[in-house]
Design a protein. Structure first.
Length: 357
């Protein structure tokens, strides 16, 4: 906002030729000290004071796709015996891939699998597992963060249904936790290829269309989680969106010796029916995203170029009435789209103000 305000003030000074007027001295003005003074010379052009809504907005380039790409890596040695097709959608309880003809199962959760789960284990990963078992129809346990004998019994039943050895222990590498259902982005391995722990097997994304937008670091205030935005699609259709994630990223410099650049990356969901329908046939499409930091409704506004710099400090307007003109000191508010919010003594909608050379 500070940069935009400075730019707006440069426009004002350019419009007035860099000159200052005063409310307190003769010359271009006559009259006593105070918020107004009489001008002897009428302006070359005029404009009305209008009442409207101003938005503090920033437009950013975005890409419509499926959001961040995540890699699924093998955690157990063996041979890859089955892989899904690129673009396939995998849901809870289904195989993400198979090693030695045994499934690696997708389950939903925010905590990644990082250890064996057995009786006595406690933690968020246990809660993830139990929530998924319950949603898949298994019972006999309480959904919490404790792996009990009841949990182990449900796991043995699940293992039998999946063709696994019924141990009651979920070994590392048997499940992959993702936030929800996934779409296979690319395959990083081949069927029949040996798999080693840490080897990337495939990559995946979410299944909902989202927009990834980048802003300058100075515009970080615009991208707040939960903020509403407008997304303009390639055909000109405008749909609503909501910021779901915000992250600061470092972009390497262009060319040798260039400094890296700090950028703000925002993930925007398109949850409305209108947005989902409009974006359905698009993939990897360039879009425009309009972020709004603040809104000033029903305020008096004038073109930024109508402001004149006062020698006493601040800004004023040259009000034209009945063939004469007077200067009125004003307080400026939001700058947006070449206009500025103004307040001043006696200032009202419909008044005519001068446009300096």
């Amino acid at each position: 906002m500070r940069g935009r305000l400075f730019a707006g003030l440069l426009v004002v000074l350019a419009a007035t030729g860099g000159a200052f007027v005063t409310l307190n001295a003769a010359g271009p003005l006559a009259g006593g000290a105070g918020p107004t003074g009489t001008a002897a010379i009428l302006p070359p052009a005029t404009t009305p004071v209008t009442r409207q809504t101003l938005d503090d907005t920033v437009d950013a380039d975005g890409e419509l796709g499926y959001g961040p790409v995540t890699g699924a890596v093998a955690r157990r040695p063996g041979t890859i015996t089955w892989l899904p097709a690129s673009g396939a959608r995998i849901t809870r309880g289904r195989s993400l891939y198979r090693v030695d003809d045994e499934p690696v199962t997708l389950m939903y959760g925010d905590t990644p699998a990082y250890r064996d789960l057995r009786v006595g284990t406690e933690g968020a990963d246990v809660a993830n597992l139990e929530r998924n078992l319950r949603r898949l129809g298994y019972d006999g346990f309480t959904v919490d963060d404790e792996y009990t004998y009841g949990t182990a019994a449900a796991v043995r039943e699940w293992q039998a249904d999946r063709g696994l050895e019924e141990t009651g222990v979920v070994e590392l590498g048997r499940v992959v936790f993702a936030p929800g259902k996934v779409r296979v982005e690319s395959l990083e391995a081949e069927k029949g290829q040996p798999a080693q722990p840490g080897q990337k097997v495939l990559t995946y994304t979410g299944t909902s269309k989202v927009v990834t937008a980048e802003l300058d670091a100075e515009d970080q205030r615009m991208a707040r989680k939960g903020a509403k935005v407008r997304v303009t699609l390639p055909d000109g259709t405008t749909v609503p969106g909501t910021v779901t994630e915000v992250a600061t990223v470092i972009k390497p410099g262009d060319g040798q010796g260039a400094d890296p650049e700090t950028r703000v990356e925002a993930l925007v969901s398109l949850r409305s029916a209108k947005a989902a329908k409009a974006a359905a046939g698009l993939d990897k499409a360039a879009v425009d995203v309009t972020f709004t930091a603040s809104r000033r409704e029903n305020v008096l506004t004038v073109p930024v170029a109508a402001l004149v710099a006062l020698r006493e400090g601040g800004f004023g307007l040259q009000v034209v009435e009945g063939g004469s003109a007077r200067y009125v000191a004003v307080e400026t508010g939001l700058f947006s789209g070449g206009r500025v919010e103004v307040k001043g003594e006696g200032l009202s909608e419909g008044m005519t103000v001068g446009m300096p050379r």
